[in-house]
Design a protein around this ligand. Structure first.
Ligand SMILES: Nc1ncnc2c1ncn2[C@@H]1O[C@H](COP(=O)(O)OP(=O)(O)OP(=O)(O)O)[C@@H](O)[C@H]1O
Length: 595
């Protein structure tokens, strides 16, 4: 079972080598054979020298000198050459694997990112890839040298004396057995340790992402306590691992001591009775030490290799995560012959099979119209957006874009038709110009400036120290919320997609920023079909149609005045917000008057 699992994981590790397999094994075996043959040949040199001292036979001295010269050649010339091939291969292999992991990561379905913590994913790229590097770069090579020198030494021992070799081999096998027993529990602890390291990384990335919240609520003690707990668990597993290793070392030392002492005593008695020569005893002791050492190292390398293989197996598992499909396999019997740009018919959706987050939602948005999604928190507004962006397919019902069923679009086509401005505009580390150009990578400088002027961003960008070349900082941290939002709007203007999805962010902005963002949005919405999630109902009073979502159902729909007249959920939400919004609205109106 254990051997079978080890073998399977080794195969997984080798499966990632692909085209580099040949060069890797050439380097590995070349270097391994060089180092192992030196180890195995050395006892024979000592045998010849001991026998020469005893018999004065010059042929023995010549053979010893020739062997040493051959060893020198192997060790100083060939071994470094193969070692170079091998090391280079490992570096290239690890770079390839990192890239593979990243490429897979960038093409996973949206559900994956929602279900996995980013810290866990970071740990994949960091810890697990590092473990693989150790497996390819150190442990497999050590394993190769050990196995080769083990085979060479066993053959050498049998060449010296078959009976003694059999007894010594049995003792050495005991070492292997003990090590294999330890390996299982060390592996278990190793798996636990990696998992706990992943949790530690999660805590760290949570802390970094939530730094403003930590500062604002003075949560240092809370986050430190969470991190301390994860850290203590890591330390506890690492100590347990250390304890097992120490116990293993002690046991191995005992076995080695007994077998070495036994060999020495029995060997001297045999030499005294002239049953074997002194040279044979000297060579036999050395070969036996090599075999015992090889078994000892074998145990150690297998336990550490197992830890690395666990990392490799997580990477292999990750590389098998299903990719986002190019197209959803949705079949719809009919095309939409209405004039709608965006249409949902009785759409049902749940994040899990047994829940319904959207329960028969129907929307109809005509060309050039502005529609709004409003409603209670958790009502399903963002989920509607996720379906329209092709992050998830609907479980039932129909979804049409520009009259064509969703299933007839590739995901890439779908996303080219839609521009999305989220609530929290994300900017990549880089310059402002680069960030805007993500909307259309072929855009010229003039296009970028035009988009920024339309998004009311041009003036503030010019005031920044390096203008369009100003770096935005991590997640755009060097800019204000309103500035980030206007850059995101400029990016969307540049994309120039016919359908615009907006998640209204103005509630998080101060009155002045809100005013400029609203102006920018008005420019963005021109001649577009717009669906906006509105958190503040005052911003969608002029929408062509408003859909009120509550617990996954459209409970009201119509224009602002019609909904007020219905005196239902919308009317009561509007009334509550009117009272809260008053000061901001007054400022906004007076600014508009000034502008
Ligand atoms: N990735 C997810 N996995 C599981 N459930 C989710 C996921 N995202 C949202 N939900 C659940 O789906 C329901 C609808 O969420 P959604 O975010 O669509 O609501 P919303 O109307 O946009 O809410 P809000 O106005 O508060 O942002 C909620 O009950 C939420 O808990």
């Amino acid at each position: 079972m254990f051997i079978q699992k080890l073998g399977q994981e080794l195969l997984q590790l080798l499966s990632l080598m692909k085209a580099k397999k040949r060069a890797y094994f050439l380097g590995l075996l070349g270097d391994g054979i060089g180092q192992a043959s030196v180890l195995v040949a050395l006892p024979f040199v000592f045998k010849d020298l001991t026998d020469f001292a005893h018999t004065k036979d010059p042929a023995l001295l010549t053979r010893a000198i020739v062997t040493i010269a051959a060893m020198f050649l192997l060790f100083s010339l060939l071994s470094p050459f193969f070692s170079y091939i091998y090391r280079r291969c490992v570096r290239e292999l690890i770079a390839d694997i990192r890239l593979l992991v990243f490429q897979r990561l960038s093409r996973l379905p949206f559900a994956y990112y929602e279900q996995h913590h980013s810290g866990d994913t970071m740990s994949r790229l960091g810890n697990d890839v590092q473990l693989m590097e150790r497996a390819y770069g150190e442990q497999l090579k050590t394993l190769c040298i050990i196995l080769l020198s083990l085979i060479g030494s066993i053959i050498g021992m049998f060449a010296l004396d078959g009976k003694i070799a059999t007894v010594l081999l049995l003792v050495s096998t005991l070492t292997l057995y003990v090590n294999a027993q330890f390996a299982k529990s060390v592996r278990r602890i190793g798996d636990q340790l990696q998992q706990q390291l992943g949790i530690g990384t999660e805590r760290l990335s949570d802390f970094l992402a939530g730094l403003p919240v930590v500062k604002m609520f003075h949560l240092h003690n809370v986050v430190t306590a969470r991190y301390t707990k994860a850290n203590e668990e890591v330390a506890s597993s690492a100590i347990k691992q250390g304890h097992k290793h120490a116990l293993l070392e002690g046991t191995n030392f005992f076995i080695q001591f007994v077998s070495f002492g036994g060999m020495l005593v029995v060997g001297i008695m045999l030499v005294a009775k002239q049953m074997i020569g002194l040279g044979v005893l000297v060579a036999m002791i050395q070969q036996q030490m090599l075999v015992t050492l090889a078994f000892l190292q074998l145990g150690h390398v297998i336990t550490t290799l197992q830890g690395s293989l666990a990392g490799a197996s997580r990477i292999v598992g990750f590389l098998q995560e299903p990719l986002e499909p190019d197209q959803y396999p949705l079949r719809f019997a009919h095309a939409d012959d209405s004039d709608s740009m965006l249409k949902m018919e009785q759409v049902v959706f749940g994040y899990t099979a047994d829940t319904k987050v959207l329960d028969g939602v129907s929307l109809h948005i005509g060309r050039g119209q502005m529609a709004a999604l409003v409603g209670t928190s958790g009502g399903g507004k963002s989920t509607v957006m996720k379906l329209l962006l092709g992050y998830y397919p609907p479980a039932a019902g129909s979804l049409f874009l520009m009259g064509k069923p969703l299933g007839q679009y590739s995901i890439a086509e779908l996303r080219s038709l839609v521009a999305y401005v989220p609530q929290d505009a994300f900017l990549f580390e880089g310059t402002i110009a680069e960030n805007i150009r993500y909307g259309c990578q072929d855009a010229t400088e003039e296009d970028v400036v035009r988009a920024c002027k339309a998004a009311y961003a041009h003036d503030f960008i010019l005031e920044l120290p390096d203008g369009y070349q100003t770096r935005t900082g991590e997640r755009g941290a060097k800019l204000s919320g309103g500035q980030r939002q206007r850059i995101a709007i400029a990016r969307a203007i540049l994309k120039n997609a016919p359908i615009l999805l907006l998640d209204e962010a103005t509630s998080a902005l101060d009155a002045e920023s809100e005013y400029w963002v609203q102006q920018a949005l008005a420019a963005l919405m021109q001649e577009k079909t717009v669906l906006v999630i509105a958190h503040r109902l005052s911003t969608v009073e002029h929408a062509d149609i408003i859909y009120v979502l509550h617990e996954g159902k459209v409970v009201e729909q119509g224009r602002h005045a019609e909904l007020l007249a219905q005196n239902g959920l919308y009317a009561s939400m509007y009334e509550v917000q009117q009272r809260k919004d008053l000061p901001a609205r007054e400022w906004s109106q007076s600014s508009a008057g000034l502008a």
